[in-house]
Write a protein that binds this ligand. Structure first.
Ligand SMILES: [Zn+2]
Length: 354
């Protein structure tokens, strides 16, 4: 209240504010700490995960003895202990299409503290259709990104920047790729800061921009994020259309995307062309025993096409990248593309050689 720009009136605004925080992990912990400390009137916590020991280096609000307990419950108890005046609502479970509109409606802000693309794009679409401002952050190893999507100002949304939504499994999340503990701490701190700037109507808030933070070089970059005309209608999908799109995706997903083979010659015998999508260095280290076309994943995702008449079996190391890439190619209209379940490293395991 001592800040001239905030004062008693600003504190009252915070008291009246309703903020939903999706994810109570590495980003969510600093966000919740600062928002509870600031006296936000109502906080809605949404998280379906249970605390694991490997979370603790970046989620330092929790204790080793808490492992196994749902993070939403742990975070709610911590918020209440820090500031009993906060009205805490919690949802132990993932945000999804069925519950998303109910959970996020009637909030002034939603803060995305998740680590997966599917939920980030869902939050984006819900924010657009509900007219709620969203503050997004992502971290990857030693760097992070921050973006504010404000539908009331018609700012650029996630789909404006990434029209072909990135697939989970293509880029590693914290659990897969690793992260230094303070990296989500810094980005979560920035999310809390932007949230307070928005609620207090302070100057300098992030506009149609993407802030990237390199925490090795200690450099920040503000990239212009333009609202994409082609995104009109897509980023403002009504909830009904969103539901329909997801139902359709479910139908498409019922046609198998992953195939299991005991060895590659049997895949060849069934008429599949093998496409090794690993990086050249990985292929050198453990080449396939069968001849395959080598096209790195990045080239396929960047738009390189495979001849439409073929039937393709994509192969990566463990089957995660090939699955994500196969989905992207199906979305581009290539029907006969499949992913080898378990990847190249799974083949000798299945044959009992390792
Ligand atoms: Zn958009």
């Amino acid at each position: 209240m001592n800040l001239r720009e905030v004062g008693a009136a600003g504190q009252a605004r915070l008291r009246a504010a309703r903020v939903a925080v999706v994810g109570a992990g590495g980003l969510g912990v600093p966000v919740l700490q600062y928002l509870a400390g600031a006296g936000i009137g109502r906080l809605t916590l949404i998280d379906g995960d249970r605390l694991e020991p490997s979370n603790l280096h970046r989620q330092t609000w929790y204790a080793l003895a808490d492992c196994g307990t749902p993070k939403a419950e742990l975070a709610a108890a911590r918020v209440r202990a820090l500031n009993p005046d906060v009205d805490v609502h919690l949802h132990v479970g993932r945000l999804n299409v069925e519950n998303g509109a109910t959970l996020l409606a009637h909030h002034d802000l939603v803060i995305d503290c998740t680590d997966n693309f599917a939920t980030k794009f869902l939050i984006n679409d819900l924010a657009q259709s509900l007219g709620v401002t969203a503050v997004f952050a992502s971290v990857h190893q030693y760097e992070g990104q921050l973006q504010v999507v404000d539908p009331t100002r018609r700012s650029a949304c996630l789909r404006c920047l990434w029209p072909n939504a990135t697939r989970d499994g293509v880029v590693g999340n914290c659990a897969e790729a690793g992260v230094l503990g303070p990296v989500p701490g810094v980005l979560g701190g920035l999310q809390a800061l932007e949230a307070l700037k928005i609620l207090l109507n302070l100057p300098g808030r992030l506009g149609d921009e993407l802030l990237t933070v390199d925490l090795i070089g200690l450099a920040t970059t503000r990239l212009r994020a333009r609202r994409n005309a082609a995104c009109e209608g897509r980023c403002e999908l009504s909830l009904l259309a969103l539901q329909r799109a997801i139902d359709e995706r479910r139908e498409v997903d019922t046609s198998p995307l992953e195939l299991e083979f005991d060895d590659l010659p049997s895949a060849l015998a069934e008429g599949y062309s093998l496409v090794d999508i690993r990086e050249p260095k990985e292929i050198d280290e453990s080449p396939l025993e069968t001849r395959a076309l080598c096209v790195p994943m990045g080239e396929l995702l960047a738009g390189r096409n495979l001849p439409p008449e073929g039937r393709y079996l994509l192969i990566c190391a463990r089957g995660a990248r090939s699955l994500g890439t196969a989905r992207s190619l199906r979305d581009r209209g290539l029907e006969n593309v499949y992913s080898l379940k378990g990847g190249a490293l799974g083949l000798p395991e299945r044959q009992g050689r390792i």
